[in-house]
Design a protein around this ligand. Structure first.
Ligand SMILES: Cc1ncc(COP(=O)(O)O)c(C=O)c1O
Length: 440
């Protein structure tokens, strides 16, 4: 590959100086603030790395994350450089930075770097996934009644184009009693000879139920052992609400595709995400949005063999991005690695269990999410007798507690403690909920 020729031909090189810089500059994704300057010893140390408004209890980080110091510093550095010299700074970094971020993401996810496409959100990842799948009218997609709007709409658009059909099943009737065996069995029974895709969500944001992805993947593997390669079933997961909370290896989960925004539980830059595709599944997906990856442009210019392009090359959507945010994603994964995945899961489960036990003890509250952590993660849904979810959320806000209402038909109140919260904050939430009907 002749980089110089490529840069000149593609018009991205401005000067010989910038070309040299492009080849010599170290990746911008290396942590701007060395991790040893920050303490990760206690949860209080970690909490101090955020700029939260201290007069609120932030119990909705599942929607949109605040940036920890490492991420804020990286964004600021890139922003300053881009403001001072946008094109030259971009040129100096674009060759290496995103590959370095993929390496950091793959360290966190336990995947290969080239199995990761960088996206802007879960929604973008799901749309690229479902619309990029090579489906025909002979194919059926098995999905569920519990998935997010972003999955439903992406499947709707994909099937309208391909003629594939959808078979939608309910994994449980009463979410609080959902079980691993029941969920696996419902999906197993939903598979027909036409099934090509199983499209599920890791943690349902409507009920807080965590689906047993690993067991579902094992069940599909067993089904595939009786099918030829062309009839193989692929497992696609919206993973956003387990990612950054459950101590998982995405590779070990066994799914073929995994889409997740990194601006929720990962505490990454707002407007970032990843779409994983297992190497053995690459032949099932094609690009939807032209990639601006170096090799793709080079292949277009006949400077790189098109058959050597990886999934990450082809399926990372192109166009120029908000690079100050995108290039700071490596720091978010480093932030998580510095804390440790096992510690994150333990703390999140501890706070969420404390909250659920308190909620379950109140007669006027109906807990929707199962108590069992085998089938739940960090989203806790509940109803308050005689009150609409939106009124509960409003009432909690008057007490400076930021809760959310699940945006589904049949919505519930959600409280989603994470590593930035404390036991004392959970206690305050429970105290306010105990008296929430007093002045309703
Ligand atoms: C299950 C689920 N998937 C996808 C999304 C959309 O995520 P993003 O904002 O990253 O597109 C949400 C929103 O919180 C969600 O709950």
């Amino acid at each position: 590959m002749d980089r110089r020729k490529f840069l000149l031909k593609s018009g991205v090189a401005i000067s010989a100086g910038s070309l040299l810089a492009a080849c010599n500059t170290s990746p911008a994704s290396s942590p701007v603030t060395p991790s040893n300057e920050l303490s990760f010893d206690t949860w209080e140390d970690i909490r101090k790395q955020f700029l939260f408004n201290p007069d609120r209890i932030h119990m909705s980080q599942m929607l949109l994350a605040a940036h920890p110091k490492m991420v804020r510093d990286a964004i600021q550095k890139h922003r300053d450089e881009l403001d001072q010299n946008p094109v030259e700074y971009w040129e100096s970094n674009f060759l290496n930075t995103e590959n370095e971020i993929r390496k950091k993401a793959s360290e966190y996810m336990d995947t290969l770097p080239e199995e990761i496409a960088l996206t802007d959100s879960t929604t973008m990842g799901l749309a690229i996934l479902y619309n990029g799948l090579k489906l025909t009218s002979a194919n059926e997609i098995l999905t569920t009644t519990h998935d997010h709007y972003a999955t439903e709409k992406s499947l709707e658009y994909a099937t309208a184009r391909s003629g594939a059909s959808i078979n939608r099943v309910s994994l449980y009737n009463d979410p609080s009693k959902a079980s691993v065996d029941e969920m696996v069995e419902v999906l197993r029974k939903g598979i027909t000879p036409k099934t090509k895709i199983v499209a599920i969500t890791f943690v349902h944001s409507c009920t807080g139920v965590k689906t047993p992805v690993k067991q579902i993947a094992a069940m599909i593997k067993e089904q595939n052992s009786n099918r030829s390669e062309v009839d193989r079933i692929y497992l696609c997961v919206d993973g956003v609400h387990g990612f950054g909370i459950e101590n998982i290896s995405v590779h070990d989960l066994g799914c073929d595709f995994f889409a997740a925004g990194t601006h929720k539980w990962i505490f990454g830059p707002r407007g970032t995400g990843v779409l994983y595709a297992k190497k053995e599944a690459w032949n099932m997906i094609g690009p939807v949005i032209p990639s601006f990856e170096y090799n793709c442009y080079a292949a277009w210019l006949d400077l790189f063999p098109a058959d050597k392009l990886t999934y990450a090359d082809l399926c990372s959507p192109g166009g120029f991005h908000s690079f100050d945010h995108r290039w700071s994603l490596g720091e978010a994964f480093q932030f998580q690695l510095n804390i440790g995945k096992a510690r994150v899961e333990e703390r999140s489960h501890q706070l969420t269990t404390k909250l659920k036990e308190g909620l379950a003890s109140m007669n006027h509250i109906k807990l929707i999410t199962p108590m069992n952590m085998e089938v739940s993660a960090g989203i806790n849904c509940f109803d308050v007798e005689g009150m609409k979810p939106e009124d509960v959320v409003k009432k909690l806000l008057t007490k400076k507690i930021i809760a959310s209402e699940s945006p589904y038909k049949g919505s519930h109140v959600r409280l989603t403690p994470s590593i930035i919260n404390t036991e004392a904050e959970v206690d305050i939430c429970l105290r306010e909920l105990e008296h929430i009907k007093d002045t309703a």
